[in-house]
Design a protein around this ligand. Structure first.
Ligand SMILES: Nc1ncnc2c1ncn2[C@@H]1O[C@H](COP(=O)(O)OP(=O)(O)OP(=O)(O)O)[C@@H](O)[C@H]1O
Ligand SMILES: [Mg+2]
Length: 451
């Protein structure tokens, strides 16, 4: 019988089996068996054949490596990457189907091809499809090398001649070492680590396109993100022209930057004027709506909280909440009544976090209070004002985490004024000349500042 070259390993507990199993017999979890290549048994080494022992060295003696950065030709992308492409890095670009991943990287590849050797490995589309796209985008790309191949071993030779390689996409390529189909967890992991070995040993820069799952995370194992030097998400509805590119991980730069693009027939163009894009026209006119920067899953986004009040028809006032825990809403109503003297006992209160998002963070509490106060007073909150902070039962405003990231997001989205906890003021001082910061210690102070 030939020796097995692959095995199935449980990603939860590490149990190995020669066959695929639906349920791991060891830890009992379902659907966790992933195919892996069996490593050849290492020959027993004598002490003499071992590689030279590495000795610890003091930090001051470590030689500095200079990371040369190359412009991608798209300034918004350079900003997200922290100032340009670092040579020899692995950059993963994830996004929904049709959001424009291939378009973005075709533009980058064509720009780089003017001075460098660039290979575009198109596993999803034929070469003529890529050529059609290049023509539509008016790209001068005569030096760009195209390869239509799905087997990574076959493409490996071509990688060695290039300085930059675009892999479109990691879910469409496969390695011969595993028998599972392309796109499976084992294949994605194995292909990515293969590309990493090539990138690090030869100094080739890889752009890798990855698809996202229905839940919005990158398809494939988390280990895919660990291997990469930078992970970028390309977001935006297919029907909308505006797309947002953000870094979720970057070993060579900050993850606080976002890039905004507009999709046109001639390709993707960076947008520098955000202020008019993300603000609905009705905001600032109707009372009861407040915007808060919310940090969800490593991403900061501006969320509008809307409240509505109506006179209670029956004895007991109704409280209804969508996107925010109902108990939290009831506590905040009590704080407003008791600490700020805003009477809500005879009002039905309805609250909604726009877009069906769930606000589980305490940082949205101050914005909820602001929205409630605005609805009660029937005074709209100024359009370019954002609010964040945690509210205590005594009516004090507590500091929250990622305050500077939130203020940065407000700035990027064109806001002019941010009401924030006084405790977070120090962390945000560097934004002071770009945006008005209003520090508050009590909820009543916030209400005074707003109305
Ligand atoms: N002629 C055109 N004019 C304007 N926009 C176009 C045109 N052709 C394609 N597009 C835009 O390009 C988008 C597709 O871009 P692209 O193929 O780069 O997406 P992708 O993220 O690579 O998708 P996939 O996941 O299928 O590979 C379409 O959704 C559409 O918005
Ligand atoms: Mg594509």
């Amino acid at each position: 019988m030939p020796k097995a070259t692959t095995q199935f390993v449980c990603s939860q507990c590490g149990y190995t089996s020669p066959k695929w199993l639906g349920r791991c017999p060891d830890c009992g979890t379902f659907n966790t068996m992933v195919e892996e290549a069996v490593a050849p048994a290492a020959p027993v080494k004598s002490k003499l054949s071992r590689p030279a022992l590495s000795r610890p060295i003091p930090l001051s003696k470590v030689e500095k490596e200079h990371y040369a950065r190359v412009s991608s030709g798209i300034s918004e992308l350079d900003v997200v990457l922290g100032g340009g492409i670092v040579k020899g890095s692995l950059i993963l670009v994830g996004g929904d189907p049709g959001v424009g991943k291939s378009t973005l990287l075709t533009q980058v590849a064509a720009h780089l091809a003017k001075e460098h050797k660039v290979l575009y490995l198109s596993a999803e589309e034929s070469c003529s499809q890529v050529k059609l796209r290049c023509e539509r985008l008016h790209l001068d790309s005569d030096n760009l090398l195209l390869l239509n191949e799905t087997c990574i071993e076959n493409a490996e030779e071509s990688f060695y001649d290039a300085e930059y390689v675009v892999v479109d996409s990691i879910q469409a390529v496969y390695t011969e070492t595993l028998s599972s189909s392309a796109g499976s967890v084992g294949q994605v992991r194995e292909c990515a680590s293969k590309l990493m070995r090539i990138a690090k040993s030869r100094g080739i820069t890889f752009f890798i396109i990855g698809h996202v799952t229905k839940e919005g995370t990158l398809a494939g194992p988390k280990v895919l993100e660990h291997i990469m030097d930078a992970v970028l998400y390309f977001e935006g509805e297919r029907t909308e022209n505006f797309k947002i590119l953000r870094a979720v991980k970057n070993r060579f730069g900050s993850v606080q930057e976002v890039g905004v693009f507009e999709m046109t027939g001639e390709g993707l163009f960076g947008v520098t004027d955000y202020s008019s894009l993300f603000l609905s026209d009705s905001r600032g006119i109707a009372a009861g709506a407040v915007v808060t920067p919310s940090e969800t899953g490593n991403r900061c986004m501006m969320v509008e909280i809307q409240t509505l009040m109506a006179k209670t028809a029956y004895g007991l006032p109704r409280r209804m909440s969508l996107g925010v825990d109902l108990n939290r809403l009831i506590v905040l109503i009590a704080v407003l009544e008791k600490r700020c003297g805003i009477p809500l006992g005879s009002q039905d209160v309805y609250l909604n976090a726009m877009g069906g998002i769930r606000l589980s963070e305490p940082s949205s509490e101050l914005a909820i209070c602001a929205a409630l106060a605005s609805a009660e007073k029937m005074i709209p909150v100024e359009k370019y004002t954002a609010v964040f902070g945690e509210v205590g039962l005594t009516g004090e405003v507590r500091g929250v985490n990622f305050a500077d990231k939130r203020v940065n997001e407000c700035l990027k989205m064109g806001f002019k004024r941010v009401i924030l906890p006084a405790k977070n003021m120090k962390a945000c001082e560097r934004f002071q000349d770009k945006i008005e910061l209003v520090p508050v210690t009590y909820v009543s102070q916030m209400i005074k500042a707003l109305f």
